[in-house]
Design a protein around this ligand. Structure first.
Ligand code: NCC
Length: 276
């Protein structure tokens, strides 16, 4: 049970979570080298004002959902990491406006990341599990995964594609709110890409429909809709405080329980529509 009312919680998220991307004026990125790599335009300028947005989790329960058309009917769609479209359009749609990737993927799976066509559509955003409330300088010296060279390599081959680095302060501002609204102690690991993506879309859109973050009647131990890999931790969380994230999202849901059950769908207001 969350401690705040849904309305107060939305206000806390709006006012305390600063969703920003690293800019050329942020030290230590304020060098002439980094100016060549970081996008010139802000994310806001790049996407413009968005109305209805969809966030598509990578959960196995999307398989056979036939939610593709509904997902594509949104003005913008956010997807995660290596979640594919090809071969899965009927279930997950084909529109990709933003793809949020973690620094592990960009570093450990660098070869695929640099080569696979999947990543060449839409706007890319990478995030890294920074130390708790670390200053940007400290994080830059000690990222969880040192993805910076890989980021630069990608920018050199795809200079026209917008590719942002999420300001790492955001994840801990969000984590603090998760902790404050949970009865138990949460492990001090950053929120999942899912929760970060939901929050990013709430800053950009009027309304955000999230698919299969809260599992539908299709809930399964299969981790991803695109792999035959079984692991309950994918849905319930191990490293990430997923269960707490899901409780918080459920608490703020403005849609119906029926929509959760049949479509795994939760509807959240954009922060501009929140009145505090
Ligand atoms: O699996 P992942 O996440 O890419 O999924 C994206 C987001 O979808 C939500 N999800 C996923 C599966 C599931 N059964 N239920 C869900 O609700 C979660 O919100 C999740 O964040 C990540 O968060 O970045 C994560 O990334 C993977 C992996 O690094 C990438 O897929 C790249 O290969 C992590 N897996 C491992 O490290 C093995 C995962 O823990 C978190």
């Amino acid at each position: 049970a969350a401690k705040l009312s849904p309305e107060k919680l939305l206000c806390q998220l709006r006012d305390r979570v600063n969703v920003t991307m690293i800019q050329g004026s942020d030290g230590p990125f304020d060098t002439s080298e980094w100016q060549q790599y970081l996008p010139g335009k802000s994310l806001n300028e790049t996407v413009g004002h968005l109305g209805r947005c969809a966030v598509v989790s990578s959960a196995g329960s999307l398989k056979s959902s036939r939610l593709g058309q509904e997902i594509d009917s949104h003005d913008a769609v956010l997807r995660f990491n290596g979640a594919p479209i090809r071969g899965f359009q009927d279930d997950v749609g084909q529109k990709t406006t933003i793809r949020l990737v973690n620094s592990q993927l960009v570093t450990v799976e660098e070869q695929q990341f640099l080569r696979e066509e999947l990543y060449n559509t839409g706007i890319l955003i990478v995030w890294d599990p920074a130390p708790y409330h670390a200053e940007i300088h400290e994080w830059y010296r000690k990222p969880d995964y040192n993805f910076f060279e890989s980021y630069k390599a990608y920018r050199r081959t795809h200079p026209e594609q917008p590719f942002y680095i999420l300001n790492p302060k955001m994840q801990w501002q969000l984590w603090d709110i998760l902790q404050e609204n949970s009865m138990e102690h949460i492990q001090p690991n950053p929120p999942s890409s899912g929760m970060l993506g939901i929050t990013i879309m709430m800053t950009l859109c009027d309304e955000v429909d999230v698919y299969e973050f809260l599992p539908s009647k299709r809930q399964t131990d299969i981790c991803h809709y695109y792999q035959k890999f079984h692991d309950r931790a994918c849905t319930m969380g191990a490293y990430h405080p997923l269960l707490f994230e899901k409780n918080l999202v459920k608490h703020m849901n403005q849609g119906t329980d029926e929509d959760i059950y049949t479509r795994g769908k939760v509807t959240l207001p954009g922060f501009q529509k929140v009145h505090c």
